[in-house]
Design a protein around this ligand. Structure first.
Ligand code: MTE
Ligand code: QUE
Ligand code: MOS
Length: 814
């Protein structure tokens, strides 16, 4: 039986957008043939050294002795670097608080104390083993609770408020409270941290780094060496994945290699093995969230009070900005009239935690989706109906930080997916299935995402681009965007090709280099294409203006008076043009430039026009800069327009739990995503599907284990379980919806990179739905299921068999 529809959602059904036939990723061919060059694929230069790291095995320890003399006596060991060799031994993206190398006291297991450079892998291995290092262990803080007790924090408390959450909670007919635990996760990029540095002398130090942030890497290297920024260039051709992990933490890796290069005068290469990479680098911030929520008998949210604590690790890194984004996403897709959310970053003795796809957003989204799942149980309604009464809708469309949700497709996304995935029918089927306790429990849940697109720190929302149009009509483009698999280069190339009416293969994207693009922001916050694409288009527009004016002049000149015939002879006055296009329609399409309309239209080949421009001393190269307009977020007040627009989506996941092992299988996922008008449909689908599966790993099997010294022990694929091909949903229907309404952004597109990850929370809520319905069959009522992220098999089994575990473990201890 169909349930009544809530009134405040528009009935419009959304159309899905067919793939118009997308161009392949610009590296697809070299990827599949193994010819794509990553940092460690660079050929070794004569004399090049291989580097390795010595790090603390203890969460906190005083450096008692560090003796490198034995190591340096080993044949082939050439350099040994310690803190004493670093010009400025402090770095940090937001707060400059982190030593590159330990001076006196290590603050986390994995903190680097020395770097060895050697001529061969064997010499490096022996050199690392010969370093004499002694530590005195000190008491460490290894959990959020311990940090709260010790009052060890990073930065001040942040707060966002609207209305009076306290009073609304008092007045609410229903309330719930709880604690949500979200653990960390490793980025598990396939290319570990890597840098090759060629020492300066005849030019700047040339740093090839697997970094999402070439500018910061350049700066950290320069400060470590004590040279001006102009003496360091940083180049990032491509990354074998970054996912946020290489936004800040690639910089010290490059600095270690640079210090060896300077000390030895030789090229130096530092490429971490998987185990070292996982131990040394920070992860997604673990969070612990205490909340109280008030709602009415329909499940309509009235008030949310939440205190978010994150584990920042030993140093600030990006944790305060991540916390801010978490606070800004506690509403997710839902209108909550009274909100009081507070956030505090804890300082612990873990590796400094860092950016990871979603950047705090996933924690806010998890909180409210978790709450709505529990609210539904309390009011006895289907969780989808509870979500639909709460979703942002006309008249209920202002966020708790005072930004209006424009181009809001959320109500229709819910409605469309409900139909497309046959939610009601499957809900009945699952109810019947779960009624038989000998079946493996199944669960179904639909969650949403509304992700704010922009860096919440205003100055980061800028980009620059260089566009060179060559005389054969081909183009070279360089921007600050880093290609890490997401396809940013292909998207920017398509935008530039479109500007000039040229085919895609006329555009070559150059390696990202601080020599062509300086003062760039990291490729992060899903805004790589938005920012750098807009900068490239700005450059194109100026070139187009000049070329269009020139075309209009040529139209009126006899061909034998054109610059290509006369400029060398000097017989004709030189043509001059302004940057602005002429008052005539000029179109760049199909390889030609067309002046005028209809019968009066005249055209010239694009390459020919570029030749004429060069003969007239008109530049066909430009530098463009873009700064996102309209942003007005006051961090102190926690109020204002934080984002240019929102990327939105919904997903419904069905899971089955193995009742004997707790293992989760995802049977089916239906997903609808609003990415506006995509530049490249197939690349965006890759982001959607890839982000979702990455998120599935985060909420199910990826579990970090640390030993009693605070050292990560799950530091390889055998102990840290990312999704593999068998773990992907058996049925996976992912579609993009048709939306031409995002006027805020370049070409009405929407950013795709991070948002789909958060839709994987539907797998986590589906697991809880499965557990709660299986238990309801036994205990006779649905009750809120406390479940941490990740919902590992062990945790799921414990939740399912709570009484059995209580009996067995009670018996054992008592
Ligand atoms: N996709 C691939 N294949 N590899 C990556 O490292 N990083 C993600 C996302 N998608 C990533 C990815 C993250 S964390 C971000 S912020 C965006 O891509 C960055 O790229 P964009 O701004 O061009 O979307
Ligand atoms: C999303 C992001 C980032 C962010 C804010 C977001 C991000 C990032 C920073 C940041 C903030 C202040 C700084 C700085 C960086 O903020 O990636 O260097 O001083 O680096 O909403 O992804
Ligand atoms: Mo992505 S976490 O903003 O690099």
């Amino acid at each position: 039986m169909a349930e009544p529809r809530s009134r405040d959602t528009p009935a419009a059904r959304l159309d899905v957008r067919p793939d118009p036939g997308s161009a392949p990723h610009d590296s697809a061919h070299t990827h599949v043939t193994g010819r794509s060059e990553y940092v460690d694929d660079r050929p070794m230069r004569p004399g090049e050294l291989l580097c390795g790291l010595i790090y603390s095995p203890y969460a906190r320890a005083r450096l008692k002795r560090l003796d490198l003399s034995d190591a340096l006596r080993i044949p082939g060991v050439v350099a040994a670097i310690t803190a004493a060799d670093v010009a400025h031994n402090l770095w940090g993206s937001i707060v400059v608080d982190q030593p590159l190398l330990v001076e006196e006291e290590a603050q986390y297991a994995g903190e680097v104390v020395a770097v060895i450079g050697a001529e061969t892998p064997e010499a490096l291995r022996r050199g690392l083993a010969a370093v004499r290092v002694e530590w005195t262990r000190l008491p460490a803080i290894r959990s959020i609770d311990e940090a709260i007790t010790a009052e060890r924090f990073i930065g001040a408390e942040r707060r966002i408020e609207r209305g009076d959450a306290g009073a609304a909670l008092q007045a609410a007919s229903h309330t719930l409270e709880g604690t949500l635990v979200i653990e960390g996760a490793d980025h598990f990029y396939l290319e570990s941290m890597a840098a090759v540095v060629y020492p300066g002398g005849d030019g700047p130090f040339e740093v090839h780094s697997s970094t999402q942030h070439p500018t910061e890497t350049q700066h950290v290297v320069a400060e470590a060496l004590g040279v001006p920024f102009s003496d360091v260039s940083c180049i990032a051709r491509r990354l074998g994945g970054g996912f946020g992990g290489k936004e800040s933490q690639a910089a010290p890796i490059a600095a270690y290699a640079a210090l060896v290069a300077r000390a030895s005068g030789r090229p130096a290469r530092l490429v971490l093995g998987k185990d070292d990479d996982m131990i040394v680098t920070g992860k997604r911030n673990p969070f612990q969230i205490r909340y109280r929520v008030g709602f009415d008998g329909d499940g309509r949210l009235l008030a949310l009070q939440a205190v978010l604590h994150s584990d920042g690790g030993a140093y600030a890194d990006l944790s305060t900005a991540i916390m801010e984004r978490a606070l800004l996403h506690c509403d997710n897709a839902y209108f909550i009239p009274n909100v009081e959310v507070r956030g505090r970053v804890c300082r612990t003795n873990h590796h400094p935690h860092t950016a990871f796809r979603g950047f705090g957003g996933p924690k806010g989204v998890a909180l409210v989706e978790s709450i709505l799942e529990d609210v539904a149980g309390v009011v006895g309604r289907d969780a989808l109906d509870v979500r639909r009464v709460n979703v942002y809708a006309p008249g209920r469309d202002e966020t708790h930080y005072g930004q209006t949700v424009e181009n809001n497709l959320l109500p229709s996304l819910f409605e469309s997916l409900e139909e497309r995935c046959e939610y009601r029918r499957r809900r009945e089927e699952i109810r019947a299935w779960n009624g038989d306790p000998s079946n493996n429990p199944r669960g179904l849940s639909m969650t949403a995402v509304k992700f704010g697109i922009s860096f919440t720190t205003r100055f980061l929302n800028q980009a620059n681009a260089l566009v060179n149009v060559h005389r054969d009509g081909t183009m070279q483009v360089s921007t600050g965007a880093v290609e890490m698999g997401q396809g940013v280069n292909s998207r920017i190339a398509a935008l530039v090709a479109e500007q000039f009416g040229q085919p895609l293969d006329a555009v070559r994207m150059l390696a990202t280099s601080t020599e062509r693009n300086a003062n760039t922001s990291p490729t992060a916050a899903s805004s790589g294409t938005d920012l750098n694409g807009a900068a490239a288009v700005a450059a194109c527009e100026r070139i187009r203006g000049r070329l269009a004016s020139l075309a209009a002049r040529l139209r009126d000149l006899p061909e034998d008076a054109w610059p290509s015939r006369t400029a060398g002879l000097g017989t004709q006055p030189e043509l001059t043009v302004a940057d602005t296009p002429p008052p005539l329609p000029v179109r760049f399409e199909h390889g030609r430039v067309r002046v005028g309309d209809g019968d009066a239209a005249w055209s010239i080949g694009f390459a020919e026009l570029v030749q004429e421009a060069h003969r007239s001393r008109i530049s066909t190269c430009e530098y463009g800069h873009f700064a996102t307009p309209h942003l007005a977020f006051d961090k102190i007040e926690g109020h204002g327009r934080a984002f240019l627009y929102f990327t939105q989506g919904v997903a419904a996941s069905e899971v089955e739990i193995d009742r004997w092992t707790g293992e989760v299988k995802v049977r089916r996922v239906d997903l609808l995503m609003d990415l506006g008008r995509p530049v490249n449909h197939a690349l965006d689908m890759g982001q959607v599907v890839g982000g979702f599966v990455q998120g599935m790993g985060w909420v199910t099997t990826e579990h970090l284990h640390y030993d009693e010294n605070g050292l990560l022990v799950s530091h390889s694929p055998s102990t840290y379980k990312i999704p593999n091909v068998q773990d992907t949903p058996r049925i996976f229907n992912a579609e993009l919806v048709f939306n031409e309404g995002n006027v805020a952004n370049l070409r009405r597109t929407k950013a795709a990179g991070e948002p789909p990850l958060m839709l994987a929370l539907s797998v986590w809520t589906a697991v809880r739905d499965a557990v709660s319905s299986a238990r309801a069959v036994r205990v006779g009522r649905r009750e809120p299921i406390a479940m941490a992220i990740p919902a590992t098999a062990e945790r799921v089994l414990r939740a399912l068999e709570a009484e059995t575990f209580a009996r067995v473990e009670g018996g054992r201890t008592g």
